[in-house]
Write a protein that binds this ligand. Structure first.
Ligand SMILES: [Zn+2]
Ligand SMILES: [Zn+2]
Length: 217
């Protein structure tokens, strides 16, 4: 194999370039699916290593992934089912948020299908719900894909309007996306048949639209 040839020639899989990228970071950056397969299955490269910009190979995929990014993502999960999908880079971006900001719809879909959390904020408070894009169509499609009730999150501020929770501003959850919201941002109720919630439950405005329009914005 390529790997054993490299090993016989004394290639060090812990080696990194001047930016702290290991062989897997670089293979992902250039979209080399076959090299990635070899690195993930036959080599001892650290698949979760952070480079000097605080990015793992999966963050690189979110930032630089092209047409085959979804295939690379699936390969990662096939080889490493426990790969930490929601781990943020140094700027707080998850692979999903990076892919979303790059508009890589196929990669976003693969990530959401695998059960990654949708609502993670980066260090600037940006997430896939509030990131400014020309159309919310991709967000709608991703929410429409949710097949089971996501775990509820906690926090001290509303995920939508950032109001601080306290005695007068109580915490609520959208039963569809799991976001923590104030009353004002979660006034609508609707049954969520796909979650077996047959009575109306509290949802956010975006999820209400998704659930009534079926993922078409
Ligand atoms: Zn709110
Ligand atoms: Zn929601």
């Amino acid at each position: 194999t390529i790997c054993s040839v490299l090993l016989e020639n004394g290639v060090d899989f812990a080696a990194v370039d001047e930016n702290g990228n290991n062989a897997l970071h670089l293979a992902v950056m250039h979209g080399r699916l076959n090299n990635i397969r070899v690195l993930l299955t036959e080599c001892t490269v650290d698949a979760e290593a952070f480079n000097l910009r605080g990015q793992s190979p999966l963050h690189i995929l979110g930032q630089y992934g092209k047409e085959n990014a979804a295939a690379i993502f699936d390969l990662f999960l096939e080889c490493m089912p426990e790969y930490p999908l929601d781990k943020p880079d140094a700027e707080g971006n998850t692979v999903l948020l990076l892919a979303y900001m790059k508009g890589n719809a196929n990669l976003c879909r693969a990530i959401v299908r695998s059960g990654a959390r949708l609502r993670v904020n980066n260090n600037q408070g940006v997430n896939i719900f509030n990131y400014q894009v020309a159309t919310k169509q991709l967000l709608f499609r991703l929410l429409d894909m949710l097949s089971k009730e996501p775990p509820w999150c906690d926090g001290s501020n509303c995920y939508e309007c950032t109001a601080k929770f306290g005695v007068t501003t109580r915490k609520h959850h959208c039963r569809h996306c799991g976001r923590l919201l104030c009353h004002k941002c979660s006034t609508k109720e609707i049954p969520i048949i796909k979650f077996d919630l047959n009575k109306p439950v509290r949802v956010c405005n975006i999820c209400f639209d998704v659930l009534t329009l079926g993922g078409v914005s």
